[in-house]
Design a protein. Structure first.
Length: 167
């Protein structure tokens, strides 16, 4: 039987960065924890980014994930918003990287397809599937559910790679 690993999923945002930790053993996946890092909205950008980094670092220290995965930045017509989201994503990625944990990156469409079967799924469909796959995650906020979706996507991707390597 395969050794169990912990995967940290991250859904980056400047206002709220969702996180979720799952345990994967073979084809089995189990919910361990989830939450949101929410820096003070009135703080300067640099302080908000520091709060995001510290919050994710605390999650890494508490849950000791073996691997991490994060959603890629969705590019919008508003360049300033996209840039700020990129900053938040970088602050979140640095925490597991500083702990020596590899961070995989997934486009939102890939995450949606992994959970729902279509890259055009809406947030309600994602939350529904997260609750079905991880029944003990009930009550997860949208940001935390999205982070758990990223972790599930990564777990599935690992399994596909393992099957390909064994063939």
């Amino acid at each position: 039987m395969t050794n169990a690993i912990r995967i940290l999923g991250l859904d980056p945002g400047l206002r709220r960065t969702g996180w979720g930790v799952v345990r994967v053993e073979g084809a089995r996946i189990a919910h361990l924890a989830h939450g949101v890092v929410a820096p003070p909205e009135s703080a300067p950008l640099s302080e908000r980014l520091l709060a995001l980094h510290r919050g994710v670092a605390e999650v890494v220290a508490q849950w000791a994930p073996d691997e991490a995965a994060i959603e890629e930045t969705f590019v919008t017509a508003n360049g300033a918003s996209t840039l700020k989201l990129g900053h938040a994503r970088a602050a979140a990625m640095l925490a597991p990287a500083a702990a020596g944990i590899a961070v995989a990156e997934y486009a939102a469409k890939v995450v949606k397809k992994a959970l729902v079967g279509t890259g055009g799924a809406d947030k309600a469909q994602i939350a529904f599937m997260v609750a079905r796959i991880l029944p003990t995650s009930g009550g997860a906020t949208q940001d935390a559910a999205d982070a758990l979706a990223v972790a599930i996507c990564h777990a599935q991707s690992r399994r596909v790679r393992a099957i390909g390597a064994a063939a």
